[in-house]
Design a protein around this ligand. Structure first.
Ligand code: BDR
Ligand code: CA
Length: 311
């Protein structure tokens, strides 16, 4: 099974990505590390511990990451994820503490120990991943691929040009996209198609186990923000779970190899992922960018994985 490290900022959709990733034996989760993003670093760390406690996975080592982006003040998305970062469900208090080391130290340790290359799955701002790559060039060969949620070839969701995770720490994203490590980019082009509708939430609510109930509660809260007519959505986009869905079933997606540059200085475009879909720059491609998803297949996968928690 594929060894993975999840670096997340839970966050409703991060929590669902974790639940999806830990639902079977497709992956060997070596560590969960947390980034500052959807909420403060203290809260995202606590939320990861609460989700792992719900899942009974105190065996997975957890460490908290950088307190701020590399070169900027932290921006949080409490308007989307609420005061706790996981408003909605009633979650258990953490049954175990984080390790007494940083996210980067834990990731480096796990990469060093692993006999086979490891897949990194970042679903928050890329601060920790950038620090790992910049601080440990000797470990790059231990990274199989970085499957990240972030960016967009089209429009942004935090500014007209930028998606939230990249906007929070563009300097970190720049380091990651220049590192020469294979990247799969699950950006808004695909995640805005990965919408969960009211009838899908009802399907999840009907699954008789506490984890599916928690996901339904998460979605009931998460969908509120996305009901604003300005988005033109029918449901709520499940951004972060697209990373795990792609790893489990890449055939649900279409992808194009592209060069992606990160805008760190633009007047209107900071945090933009400039995706060279048509090879216009002649730059060497650095990412496999996802563009389309089979939504029905994605929801079926989610439902099937949540049902597996009943057995
Ligand atoms: C991303 O921003 C966060 O709010 C979500 O968890 C997701 O990772 C979507 O832009
Ligand atoms: Ca996230």
């Amino acid at each position: 099974t594929r060894p993975i490290i999840l670096d997340c900022d839970p966050g409703h959709d991060d929590a669902i990505a974790l639940i999806l990733a830990l639902s079977g034996d497709a992956f060997t989760p070596l560590a969960v590390t947390t980034s500052a993003g959807n909420q403060t670093p203290e809260k995202t760390l606590n939320n990861a511990l609460r989700i792992l406690t719900l899942l009974g996975r105190s065996d997975i080592p957890v460490a908290g990451g950088a307190l701020t982006p590399l070169a900027r003040d932290l921006i949080i998305a409490d308007n989307v994820h609420g005061e706790t970062g996981l408003d909605g469900p009633i979650l258990p208090d953490p049954s175990f503490p984080p390790l007494d080391m940083t996210a980067v130290e834990l990731m480096a340790l796990k990469l060093r120990e692993s006999e086979v290359p490891v897949t990194l799955v970042p679903t928050g701002p890329l601060t920790n991943i950038a620090l790992l790559l910049a601080g440990h060039p000797e470990l790059h060969h231990k990274i199989e691929r970085i499957v990240l949620m972030g960016g967009a070839a089209g429009v942004g969701n935090w500014t007209p040009a930028a998606e939230f995770n990249i906007f929070v720490d563009p300097e970190a994203a720049d380091i990651v996209f220049r590192a020469g490590i294979p990247i799969t980019m699950c950006g808004l082009d695909v995640t805005h198609q990965a919408q969960v509708m009211d009838e899908d939430i009802a399907r999840i609510r009907a699954i008789d186990n506490p984890i599916a109930q928690c996901v339904a509660d998460l979605l009931d809260f998460f969908i509120i923000y996305h009901r604003d007519p300005k988005w033109g959505f029918t449901g709520a986009p499940l951004h972060d779970p697209c990373t795990i869905a792609w790893l489990l079933k890449p055939e649900l997606f279409t992808a194009h190899e592209c060069w992606v540059g990160i805008e760190t200085k633009g007047e209107h475009t900071q945090g933009m992922t400039v995706v060279d879909r048509y090879g216009l720059t002649g730059n060497k491609t650095n990412a496999s960018v996802l563009f389309d998803i089979n939504r029905a297949g994605f929801i079926d996968l989610l439902v099937e994985r949540l049902e597996s928690y009943s057995h």
